[in-house]
Design a protein around this ligand. Sequence first.
Ligand SMILES: *Cc1c(COP(=O)(O)O)cnc(C)c1O
Length: 359
Amino acid sequence: MSFQISINKTKQSRINEFNPEKIEFGKLFTDHMVVCDYKDGKWGNPEIVPFGDIPIPPGLSALHYGQSIFEGLKVFKSQNNDAVVFRAEQNAARFNKSAHRMAMPEFPEDLFVQCVHALVDIDRAWISSADGASLYIRPFMFATDWTLGIKVSETYKFMMYGCPAGLYYSHPVKVYIDRYHVRSVRGGVGAAKCAGNYAASLYPAKVAKERGFDQNLWIDAVELKYLEETGTSNVFLRKGNTIYTPALSDSILAGITRDSVIHLLKDMGYEVIEGSISIDDLIQWHTEGSLDEMFVTGTAVSVANIQLVGIDDKIYKLDLTKELVAEKVKTELNNIRTLKSPDKYGWTKIVQPNQSAQF
Ligand SMILES: *Cc1c(COP(=O)(O)O)cnc(C)c1O
């Protein structure tokens, strides 16, 4: 099946509202967005239209029953002023895994990637070349049937928009291990990037924030003892030259940054072990002094060190004064994403001008 991406350009660009020196993530959106509708068992042609509100009927099933998924990826400026897309094919594939779990139709993966390129091409002026800056792209899909019955929707809307992003965390993160609440359960939807996962984590995250932490470090829902992830990023623990990260399961989101970082760490000569790490392991390694470093990885945060872990009423601090592998791997990842380092992995694609003309 072939698709045409049509373009309806804005008459009033808001680019003068964009100050690359002062980027507040999630506050400003680029001039255009992608919209594509699914009905009668198939996708229509995607349209690029001026960014703006969409009408929502009160009965929209996504609002009531949460059949809604999303993705997140970043586009960077290279030294040559090219727009560089990072691993969008992986996001497209993961989007369809999420769609499958939520009984939603797949979106053609090559069309997903083409939509990213077409949107970035038309809004390329919104990508800052400041250090750490990027254009965050948010693809999403939600159920649009108007019905009160709980059932699989027959109509959907796929959309995608862009939002300039600066550095996400200005400081190393403080995480809290909540022994009561869980983010996801065995056989549940934790491995899908679906809207409800984040709604469920808001309350425990609020409590953790009130206690002075940035994020929860979630544990598994079966034995309530194994580390999983933070809900927006995956977690790594380093002991010397060995780096541990929880093995993927249906309650952990398979981060694309996680996968990239594992490749980079291995190529830097570290041993990476994907397995089970319990709260007791963490406490024991910390107590015996063998836990050198902990860090999180995700598209939004890139790679960020953990400065402390709260467990019960204790605080376990990490020493951030020694040489940090997280810093090294973050630099290498950022160098690849901005093409400062050669991309031997094939992770990056340069957005060609006049994308739309080709479809
Ligand atoms: C998106 C996300 C991550 C990080 O995935 P990346 O592909 O690296 O951005 C980790 N955990 C959850 C629950 C997520 O939604």
